[in-house]
Ligand binder design. Structure first.
Ligand code: IDP
Ligand code: MG
Length: 148
């Protein structure tokens, strides 16, 4: 059984899409094994996106993830651990491509994402590999916050 980290991003929170996104992922047969509201610090986000270090867009991504491009009263993100057979690949397929303008129209990013001010506002994060999932779940959740 695989686990994957999901983050509902500020654009989706602002548009009140959290329930829609979760329900689409639950419909894949995945279970919620962890759930929390997180006011992410810049340090946490830079650690989460360590693979983007040195790119021209990392600062914009971090600002976006802190809600700077949306109308939110705080830095909240909604974090989930979902689990199920082949959860990582199946959730990524449901999300679609990173660039919402290139994502297939039946995917979450294709339907709900957009590019604004040069920043990809792509609604939801999901781990890309088992190694990423393990690293990201440990970053966002304490062990006792995730069902065994
Ligand atoms: P992913 O979210 O599909 O796994 P990553 O390559 O891990 O994509 O990049 C993380 C996030 O950084 C993306 O979701 C997107 O918000 C942003 N990003 C990725 N590539 C670009 C780019 O070329 N320009 C602007 N933002 C990008
Ligand atoms: Mg990624």
């Amino acid at each position: 059984m695989e686990q994957t980290l999901i983050l509902i991003k500020p654009d989706a929170i602002e548009k009140r899409l959290t329930g829609v996104i979760l329900s689409r992922l639950e419909a894949l047969g995945l279970d919620i094994a962890g759930a929390k509201v997180v006011c992410a610090t810049e340090a946490l986000l830079r650690e989460h996106y360590a693979n983007l270090k040195g790119t021209a867009f990392v600062d914009g991504v971090v600002k976006f993830m802190m809600g700077d491009y949306n109308h939110l009263p705080d830095h909240r993100l909604y974090a989930f651990v979902l689990r199920g057979e082949n959860a990582i690949a199946r959730v990524r397929a449901a999300l679609g491509a990173t660039n919402p303008e290139k994502a297939d129209p039946w995917t979450l990013r294709g339907q709900f994402g957009c590019i604004k001010e040069g920043v990809m506002q792509n609604a939801v994060h999901a781990s890309g590999s088992p190694q990423d999932a393990a690293r990201e779940i440990a970053l966002w959740f304490k062990p006792e916050e995730v069902l065994k």
